[in-house]
Design a binder for this molecule. Structure first.
Ligand code: HDD
Length: 697
């Protein structure tokens, strides 16, 4: 009971024991500016010099300290997942999952476990745009009462390769070419497609990466997956296999590729800005954590190997068991100290969670600590507040660069009978690896059960809705179109034909290469598979404006009643409204009230919004229709399949944009009393039926 109380208090304060600085906002108050030695600085504007124009003095230790520190501000960026964004929050189980696992944070519904969650792109460097086509990292650190547990996953449930020894090759192939250092944050180039087309095990993952999943609308609208098969072990020592799933409460949504490219220019920080703003405004992103639970016997019945990270388990085969909910409710105080220095590691587990023999996972268990030693520069990086467990921890590891603790006593060995003999190991409470019986020859071998590279790629393809299939075709055609080597394109068309002939034909047609696919013989026959509905984000997407953004393009003199109706509806639907006017200063509504704008036309193209309304005042409608940016606003919103509401005064802009005001059900005339149809359509996210007329190429 006392433990539970302590856990509850810990979750509220963010302290598991000592060293809970992480959860305290720094206080500035009246603190004077000092040097790093605490000396108050009298003048921070001028270097010490002889005379007003005279030579500067080496003696100026204050200037030297400041510049020296600045000179050393950078650390190496992550070798992958360099661009990321994170927040604090908590995880809470729905109920006890004691039957499944003995992990303390899953034993009851009261314990709130603090978490730190970082999302990332994989290929781009730290300054690359958010909306690049890429896998997204989804890494969660649970600060549990038994130590830190890291679930280091992605927003896709499978991976490119089956064995970690191929990871450096995969990453080298997708990163900028070593001679010319471009392209940045792109897989659309020869080295990547050359590598994957020579590694057919990547085919399933490629389907995901060419799909809408690789261009998420928001971190808040992304699923997450642990990818590998893990074990859960209960108090009786019984083990089950599990696969982890995160599901966002808002549903899973994406942008359109043309939009993603334009957002890269209009707002390279699109995802982080969206995430930061949502948390600052109290709209805390939430995910449900579930597991697919299955026994080893069950696994042996599947027609794929659960140790192969290029395979998923269809939910029809093993449904999800919900475990609890994660809420991210606090932005970081300092990006570098927290987001940049956080160190996730798949080998950070707690009693009750263990690994499987997935060869990719086993390689990962080595790589993370290793890379963090060079990235964070010392074996003591676990002492950095964001990495420090919130439960007590003690051992005899000592010294090293940047040791921040001051261990006391004369003993640094275990066992010992000096001092009080502690800390000591504890066979009962401690982590015990699952006693799996293993035997076999020592060899370098890929199991035959990993040989089917096309069936699940096909499963993904046939599970997609028509628009999703169109986007996959478009994705392949775009990426392969950027490959200069024709032999890579024909090889890939050959692989795609093994996934599905129509997929290969459609991509070939878009490339202008019909009939040129290589013939590639699969190692094992491609299986007959049934579609799995949950793989299609479109088919399970909620019709909702929750968490979305409505862009209102307007001018001085906007109808006050209409504005009020839109603002009220947006609030009711849980959406954000952004008022965009030709200039940034405040405008006035028709009843003379001042209205602050959120952005200005040239700086806020319609790609930044989920749905839009165009409502200039009658007096300024002609002026707006003469603005290319306003015409593009409408043209792009239509091309990106958005729902567009408009007032009568806006028709001139539509004419210039060549968008018919009765084009389809997504172009809707509105006034202050007829918003309901606009809202109904906008909840559909996109008007997919519009797409075939707009993108025939
Ligand atoms: Fe990895 C970072 C996820 C395969 C080696 N990985 C990293 C991050 C995520 C993943 C989310 C960013 C963590 C953060 O936000 O700091 N990685 C995955 C997933 C994989 C995967 C889901 C396949 C299922 N990774 C993988 C392999 C290796 C690595 C096979 C190496 C053998 N990953 C690393 C790394 C990184 C990393 C080099 C770079 C920065 C870091 O670890 O701290 O160790």
């Amino acid at each position: 009971m006392a433990k539970k109380k302590a856990q509850k208090a810990a979750a509220e304060t963010g302290h598991w024991g000592e060293g809970g600085e992480l959860h305290q906002r720094s206080k500035k108050g009246d603190q004077p500016l000092t040097t790093n030695q605490g000396l108050v600085v009298a003048d921070d504007q001028n270097t010490l010099s002889v005379g007003p124009r005279g030579p500067q003095l080496l003696e100026d230790f204050i200037m030297r300290e400041k510049i020296t520190h600045f000179d050393h501000e950078r650390i190496p960026e992550r070798v992958v997942h360099a661009r990321g964004y994170a927040a604090h929050g908590y995880f809470q189980a729905y109920k006890s999952h004691a039957k499944l696992t003995k992990a303390a944070f899953l034993q009851d519904a009261e314990t709130k476990t603090p978490v730190f969650c970082r999302f990332s792109t994989v290929a781009g460097s730290a300054g690359s745009p958010d909306t690049a086509r890429d896998v997204r990292g989804f890494a969660v650190k649970f600060y549990t009462s038994e130590g830190n547990y890291d679930l280091v996953g992605n927003n896709m449930p499978v991976f490119f390769i089956q064995d970690a020894i191929k990871f450096p090759d995969l990453i080298h192939s997708v990163k900028p070419a070593p001679d010319r250092d471009f392209p940045q944050a792109q897989s659309a180039h020869d080295t990547f497609w050359d590598f994957v087309s020579l590694n057919p095990e990547s085919m399933h993952m490629l389907m995901w990466v060419m799909s809408d999943r690789a261009i998420p609308r928001s971190f808040r609208m992304m699923e997450g997956f642990g990818v590998h098969t893990f074990r859960m072990i209960n108090k009786k020592g019984e083990s089950q296999f599990v696969k982890f799933h995160w599901r966002p409460t808002l549903g899973t949504f994406s942008v359109i590729w043309d939009e993603a490219m334009k957002i890269s220019g209009a707002d390279p920080d699109f995802h982080r800005r969206d995430f930061w703003n949502a948390i600052e405004s109290g709209n805390y992103p939430e995910w449900e954590l579930s597991v697919q639970v299955f026994s080893e016997d069950q696994a042996n019945e599947f027609d794929f190997d659960v140790l192969d990270p290029t395979k998923l388990i269809p939910e029809e085969l093993v449904p999800l068991t919900p475990l609890g909910k994660m809420v991210l409710d606090r932005n970081v105080d300092n990006f570098f100290a927290e987001t940049e220095q956080v160190a996730f590691c798949p080998s950070h587990v707690v009693p009750g969670i263990d690994f499987s023999n997935d060869p990719l996972l086993q390689g990962r268990l080595f790589s993370y600590l290793d890379t963090q030693l060079s990235r964070l520069g010392s074996p003591n990086f676990h002492q950095i507040p964001v990495n420090k467990p919130k439960c007590p921890f003690a051992n005899f590891q000592r010294d090293g660069h940047m040791q921040m603790e001051v261990p006391t006593g004369r003993v640094a060995n275990e066992p010992n009978s000096l001092d009080d003999g502690s800390p000591r190991e504890n066979a009962m409470a401690g982590f015990n690896s699952y006693h799996a019986a293993e035997a076999g020859e020592k060899r370098r071998l890929r199991p035959e059960s990993f040989a089917d590279h096309y069936s699940q790629a096909r499963l993904f393809w046939i599970s997609m809705s028509d628009p999703e299939q169109r986007h996959i075709v478009g994705g392949f055609a775009f990426e392969l179109g950027k490959c200069n080597e024709a032999k890579i394109r024909t090889r890939m068309l050959g692989h795609l034909a093994n996934v599905d002939q129509s997929l290969s034909d459609r991509v070939a047609e878009k490339l202008g290469m019909s009939g040129q696919a290589d013939t590639i013989q699969p190692r094992v026959p491609v299986r007959d598979v049934q579609p799995s509905k949950p793989l299609s984000q479109d088919s399970v997407a909620p019709e909702s404006l929750q968490g979305k953004k409505i862009g209102l393009l307007t001018t001085d003199g906007i109808d006050a009643k209409l504005l009020d109706a839109i603002a009220t509806a947006a609030k009711k639907e849980g959406a954000t409204l952004a008022v965009i006017a030709p200039t940034r200063g405040a405008i006035h509504t028709s009843d003379g009230k001042e209205l602050a704008t959120d952005d200005f036309l040239a700086g806020a193209p319609s790609v930044l919004f989920d749905c839009v309304i165009v409502a200039p005042s009658a007096g300024h409608a002609e002026m707006l229709a003469g603005e290319a940016a306003a015409v593009n606003w409408v043209r792009d919103a239509f091309a990106h399949l958005k729902v567009i509401g408009f007032t009568d005064s806006a028709t001139g802009i539509f004419e210039k944009a060549s968008v018919a005001t009765d084009a389809d059900e997504g172009v809707i005339s509105i006034d202050s009393s007829t918003l309901s149809e606009f809202l109904k359509q906008a909840k559909r996210h996109r008007i997919w039926d519009r797409e075939p007329q707009l993108r025939t190429l």
